[in-house]
Ligand binder design. Sequence first.
Ligand code: BMA
Length: 329
Amino acid sequence: MAKIIGNALPNIPWQDKPANCRDIVWRYDQNPIIQRDEQKDSNSIFNSAVIPWEDGFIGVFRCDNRSRSMDIFVGRSKDGLKWEFEDEPIKFEGDDPEILKREYRYDPRVLKIEDRYYVTWCNGYHGPTIGIAYTYDFKKFVQCENAFLPYNRNGVLFPRKINGKYAMVSRPSDTGHTPFGDIFYSESPDMVYWGRHRYVMGIINDDRSAWQSKKIGPGPVPIETDEGWLLFYHGVLNSCNGFVYSFGAALLDIDEPWKVKYRTRPYLLSPQKLYECVGDVPNVVFPCATLTDADTGRIAIYYGCADTVTGLAFTTVDDVLNYMKENSL
Ligand code: BMA
């Protein structure tokens, strides 16, 4: 039995796997949990991050508005299913006005490290890079230095220091809808200077695992287990009709997370339901957050659907790790 190293979360949103379901990751039967127009001016709500908060949940949500401007908003929920969103995007504070300039913000991740909560997101600064901010209360957010030079996307922090350093995986990219992309690991002594970059894993550019043949990128914050870091990640196939975004999982070494122990050859979830196949960008499932319950091994995965709405899916640490070991690249 694999174990999640973390807190118990008895109120994790959950639904048992349906009888005779062959999937390792199964969808919530009331998906999508968040419709596109639930925020005051939203065109779409997707690729968003949630975390336990007091007796419920809080999150940072990507809401593109009806000018198709991309920004991130705080949302609150009692049950992790029904959410209420603030009317205005997060306003960041900080010492350097240069860092606070806003071009666009999207695809947030959120986590707690030591005494505070961090948000990372894809931050426009003469091209996409990784924005970082911290908060104690989800009211005041202090923006830190961007982690990298442009171009980079999908900056995902680890939930604790590794070998005494903050740690992040990310996906170096280019100006636009990058037609390439591998996952790298970087570390920082202070959340300002990032270095000692290590290659983690790349695309599988052949028939063995075509769902991840074009580009890959880290998804939710890695989950600590007694066998290593469990990282869900998205992978892209370039079809004759455009990109198809699915997701799978990898198990990374606990002390040297650039070393990949296992990695799923089949996807765990691919766009198949109507709300995943039809929307502003068709054929996208894009996970940005999980909730976990260390007592039961349950994992709830929040994922963007077709760049339009938000879905929820479930698995357990045992299900994923066993499947990964039997179906690893
Ligand atoms: C990626 C990011 C994601 C998006 C995906 C599919 O490059 O922009 O936000 O979900 O493309 O459009």
